[in-house]
Design a protein around this ligand. Sequence first.
Ligand code: PLP
Length: 527
Amino acid sequence: MEARKNEKNARSLKRLRKDLRSNGTPAEAKLWTLLKNKQVENLRFRRQFSIGNYILDFYCPELKLSIELDGDYHYNSQKHEIDKDRDSILYKELGIKTLRFENHIVFDTPDKIIYNIIREKMKNSVQYPFDELIERRGTNCYKWDDTPEGVIPMWIADMDFQTAPFIIEALKKRVEHGVFGYTKVPHSYYEAVVNWFKYRHGWQNLQKEWILYTSGVVPALSVVIKAFSQPGDQVIVQTPVYNCFFSSIRNNGCEIVRNALIYENQTYHMDYEDLERKASDPKAKLLLLCNPHNPAGRVWTRDELQKLGEICIRHDVLVVSDEIHCEFVFPGHKFVPFASISEALQHHSITCNAPSKAFNTAGLQIANIISDNPDFRQKIDRAININEVCDVNPFGVVALQSAYTDDGAEWLRQLNEYLLDNYNYLKEYFEKEIPQFPITKLEGTYLAWVDCSVVLDKRKDGYSLSHCGLDAPPPSIEEYLLKRHKVQVNDGSMYGDERFIRINLACPRKRLEEGLHRIVSGLKDLL
Ligand SMILES: Cc1ncc(COP(=O)(O)O)c(C=O)c1O
């Protein structure tokens, strides 16, 4: 009897450990997000308990995830004995502190228990060392080595964090091999991509055969433009948008057509009427979609994407969805791969993605171009060869395969938590100190987009900083902050809206605080 009980306890302990500790799977990461957001209504109980040996079984229908807890308790005025020794050991092992271990445990409602357990677990749940200040100068680093000494660079979109330790380990192993010849991509690479997007992002029917690889998302965009347009054709972009969209279109001899996003209440939405008009021009062949959007901070919803897709299908404009920012999504929002929405949108789009932005491996240069259409793939393959971007780097392959794993999902969960804290810090600081400079609502990415129109005068050829109180007004806010306040941001003009500046938040908190302090002092002086 005793042996059976012990065996059972050991089993339940093992199960609990597995369920509560291995929170690296996409489903669990989502669950933490739901709980953190207090969206506990998403949880319900399938079975409450059976007397003496009850099972608290909570079930999240959205994720088809359940967790079971064994024990005794008081519920709805009914008393059930608790095995105090057993359970206190169990909970101690799990590091759960909220449950009370006097004589009995009394819970109000079952979901409160779960919420408390998870809330405890969520405390200090960022364990990777994102606070560490790493010297990047002297490493041929674009961001730091191109920025004058003493200046804090908060511009180009890479992060000041080390990549995940398991990626570093995998790369070390590859380095130790010592031979770095021409590289191809193995079957397991495609499997990693398929499983990641299928299970983490819900792209259910994604197939290995649909994936072509190249050396980056910008090369991928350029290749797709080359494959599906002729010089003189029009390519639609939704401004403000990532600057390389403009250069890729121009470099292929095409015309940029702006379907400007509408800015209202510190957020952006799409202008479908304008899109309908612009897409109906027979010269419009492609639309470059940025999903999630840099720098507007939007994680587009399924409905928004669907509506955009319908317009593009109606006018035979192919959608090229750049999804490089897809891993940076804050609670309450969900990244939806454009092609996963319906077969129609899948047939009518090309997806470009990469792990490089999320795992800070941009220098390793690998990205994917995905299409379900074999004729499209043939055209893309041809353009990859014409542009000579068919070779990838052995480290990029290794990095992707170790990133697209459960460990990678857990690292991203912690990273997103850290980035969200950074964003909240910026928001509170700006709102308190300089409310005249509204912060665009950030649903994803780590790029804050700040409206500086309050200090700009409209001229016929743009905006100027004429009433900034300086004898010789600098040509842009970016230059003003760099020269006078030793902090470098990106000027909004790069993305198509010079009233804004873009601030990169992906750095240790200490550096962020100092950088933002400089920006706030500088902007205050302009008022
Ligand atoms: C939307 C978007 N696409 C692509 C890139 C760059 O991609 P890659 O480095 O793979 O060429 C960036 C970098 O900031 C980006 O923001």
